[in-house]
Design a protein around this ligand. Sequence first.
Ligand SMILES: [Zn+2]
Length: 435
Amino acid sequence: MESMDREQHGQQPDSERGHVHIDRTSAPAAGRPGAVATRGGVMPAVDVYIPTPFRRLTGNRQHVRAEGHDVDEVLANVEKQFPGFRGLVFGSGGEVPAHINIYVNKQEINSLQGIHTKVVEGDEVAVIPAMAGGADNGATAGRKRIGALTAEQVNRYSRHIIMPQVGPAGQRKIMESSVLIIGAGGLGSPIAVYLALAGIGKIGIVDFDTVDISNLQRQILHQNADIGKLKAISAKETINAYNPDVEVVTHEVPITSDNAMEIIAGYDYVINGADNFAARYLVNDACHFLKKPLVDGSILLFDGQVTVYLPGHGCYRCLYPAPPPPGMVPSCAEAGVLGALCGTVGTIQATEVLKLILGVGDSLHGRLLLYDALAMEFRQVRIRRDPHCVLCGDEPTVTGLIDYDAFCGGAFGHTNEEEQKAADAARAARERAHA
Ligand SMILES: [Zn+2]
């Protein structure tokens, strides 16, 4: 979307390819206080949207009001009201770190004038951090070919088949498709269940972990009797209990630079439900090199993010060029996540992959969907390929898979417990492979 027109900020875009806009439902509107008079005259006042990971500083307020002529001034005034806020948003050198994006009326400020982007009365500034979350090898198996549907299949998928957007041909496309799910956890669970019910031909599950009782608050692939079982195995059993037609390939290993290309190459689509940043960047890079569509989702507390990356049209690194430094963004293990939120975000991811398979509708490609469950608001911001992206930009410097453990802070200690667990498992796998 690098050629996307830039709109004048301060105005609502009148159309984004006909999408229905449901964002800004709580943006400034009639009834809000107007401009605030100051000694220097009238200073514009804007709404600043605070995502839940940062709300502990704002007394759990979703929006705060702050004055300023540009983003820098506005955020300085938020800092005055809520000391410590600036430290969350800015790096030690006063720069906006790569894991934080700031938007003015849905436009990322780097495509405007950075922190000096002017604001006017009634604008909305949003500060959005990156969030992490939440074998045998049949990967080389050829594409499935489905002939005429059996009577049982016609019955099973009848509510799909009667829809004009699906029909028997669409249902066959679904049954001929293969989807790799990274992580059989909070997001991977609803994704896997709905893809299984839809009749996806081959579902790959990447997960090295075992089911723990603390997973059962949200991970609907697993039940009480599965505690202690490998999640990939538990997932396969649940998927086939729902639909025995689905071929399930389990990858009971941590995904690493050594195996990612081989695993991902065997699938048409990849859905990311990883709970750590190292896996998120690794899967992004491998999908870029293999030209696989990637449906990305992440969750934390009451917030979710979902988008779609299509080959050649931007990637996760365009959105978040670097992971947060250790301790900056907590994990679900540290901060928690509402179980039902996983269902919402995972189901949107499953919906997006089914739309891609069917070739219907407008995908989330080029848009980041933000879900705030506390406010019960969906909003979207535009994202586009960054020509300076180190991976998919015009002059890429990342030309192969790297050491993601080191990239995500391995040398300085990990961001959180899940990062550490994933890094330890990856290291153990490498040592086994090279022993
Ligand atoms: Zn990129």
